[in-house]
Design a protein around this ligand. Structure first.
Ligand code: 173
Length: 304
């Protein structure tokens, strides 16, 4: 039997996987509980637990209070947890290619994971600032990042500081950073609007948050148990574009109402900003994964 794993304040007991009878899987979210990027996952868990009596139940351990987001990838890989709600940017330590997403084969090969469902889509990232800019030049600015933004913001001259979402508020409050990268939705969840003066438009890329299952766990499940997870996953994935179209509009208005001003990079500046995002983004993917990066660009870059 695996030993109990202790992380932060929470002791995580090993899963009981016995094929034919009800199985209980342990789940973590890399995002704070009940916030924008955990909500669909929490609904997914409710659905599985409601429909899965006698088949499969999920024990939701929680968010970053239970484990720091950048450690969740390893916890999933090793089977310390069976399911994880996370985004590629949080597990590039385990799988560098995750930053460019959607490589179902690589998930099994590199992370011992099954990519169950992407429940965030059509959700652009933005740069948020406390100091104004008048062109796509971030020279002299310190910006909070994850791997998602690193190459782009560095290409624009920024000094970058990687933090988990849970540290953004304090970093802003103490002036450790002058701004941060984050999608269009969710800045109200952790109170960042209080410390944010500007949002830079246009947005760039699209955020990805997904439910992953440890592959060894997956292989031990019965067809009925897998089916339950697949169905709940499909439901979550199917709803993503519609949910985020609404959420994006809602939070854009809420930001304006909260007094966050929009810095619109238009014309040549807007084009340069957009083009740099993709150019620097792809250069970064290819640098981090010489083996798969170029191929990924072939598959994905058309959409840009
Ligand atoms: O900014 C982040 O922490 C990050 O990379 C991310 C990715 C997807 C959704 C929200 C945030």
């Amino acid at each position: 039997m695996r030993s109990t794993f202790i992380t932060g304040a929470v002791a995580i007991a090993p899963a009981t996987v016995a094929s034919a009878q009800e199985v209980t899987l342990r789940a973590l979210s890399a995002f704070a509980e009940k916030t924008t990027y955990s909500r669909v996952f929490e609904l997914f868990i409710e659905r599985v637990n409601r429909d899965g009596k006698g088949v499969l139940q999920i024990n939701y351990i929680g968010g970053p209070k239970a484990m720091p987001p950048f450690e969740v990838g390893n916890a999933l890989k090793s089977g310390v947890v069976d399911l994880a709600n996370s985004t590629g940017a949080f597990y590039t330590n385990v799988m560098p290619e995750a930053d460019s997403w959607k490589l179902t084969d690589l998930y099994a090969e590199k992370m011992n994971a099954i990519f169950l469902a992407r429940h965030v889509d059509g959700n652009p990232f933005h740069l948020y600032l406390n100091k104004p800019i008048s062109s796509p030049d971030l020279t002299g600015l310190k910006i909070r990042i994850t791997p998602v933004y690193r190459d782009f913001f560095q290409a624009l001259g920024a000094t970058v500081v990687q933090t988990a979402p849970g540290e953004v508020y304090t970093a802003l409050e103490r002036g450790v950073v002058d701004g941060y990268g984050w999608p269009i939705t969710g800045i109200f969840d952790l109170g960042w609007h209080e410390k944010t003066k500007y949002r830079v438009d246009p947005g760039f890329y699209t955020a990805e948050v997904s439910i992953l299952v440890n592959k060894s766990t997956w292989d031990r499940l019965t067809d009925a148990q897998r089916d339950l997870l697949r169905k709940a996953g499909e439901q979550a994935e199917g709803a993503a574009v519609t949910i985020f179209a609404e959420e994006n509009a809602k939070d854009t208005k809420r930001q304006a109402d909260a007094g966050i001003q929009t810095i619109k990079l238009e014309g040549a500046d807007g084009k340069l900003y957009h083009d740099k995002a993709y150019e620097a983004g792809w250069a970064g993917v290819i640098r981090q994964s010489p083996q798969h990066g170029a191929k990924l660009k072939e598959f994905f870059a058309k959409a840009n």
